[in-house]
Design a protein around this ligand. Structure first.
Ligand SMILES: [Cu+2]
Length: 125
């Protein structure tokens, strides 16, 4: 029993000492200042997220976060849930439909470059 407690204590200390802040950038779709606000507000709401910066022109979200407290996956999923495609998480159609007209980034192109046409599939029927 004593040994188990010792191991548990050692693990706890190791975890506390390993708090690690990293900065990463993800592709997040958006179209106007309102999108920027909403995306940043959601991201900031997570404990462990220290800084957020959404770049409308680059369609990218920079996250500065503590890897021990939060996973970027969680943040990106929450952003997708309010209507914005975030990295590999695509916003559900119903969430996208609730966006204001000025935010409909799937219909209004222009911020993006068209070089990578990943969404331009043609259906035979
Ligand atoms: Cu918008």
């Amino acid at each position: 029993m004593k040994k188990i407690l010792l191991i548990a204590a050692t693990l706890l200390l190791t975890v506390a000492a390993n708090a690690k802040v990293v900065e990463k950038t993800y592709t997040v779709r958006g179209h106007c200042g309102m999108c920027k606000n909403r995306i940043e507000t959601v991201a900031k709401g997570f404990e462990g997220v220290q800084e957020v910066a959404y770049d409308l022109k680059a369609q990218s979200l920079k996250l500065t976060y503590d890897t021990k407290q939060v996973k970027p996956k969680t943040v990106l999923k929450a952003i997708a849930a309010i209507g914005y495609d975030a990295d590999r998480f695509k916003a559900p159609q119903e969430a996208y439909d609730r966006l204001e007209g000025c935010c409909k980034y799937r219909e209004i192109e222009g911020v993006n470059d068209h070089a990578h046409g990943e969404d331009h599939h043609h259906h035979a029927e």
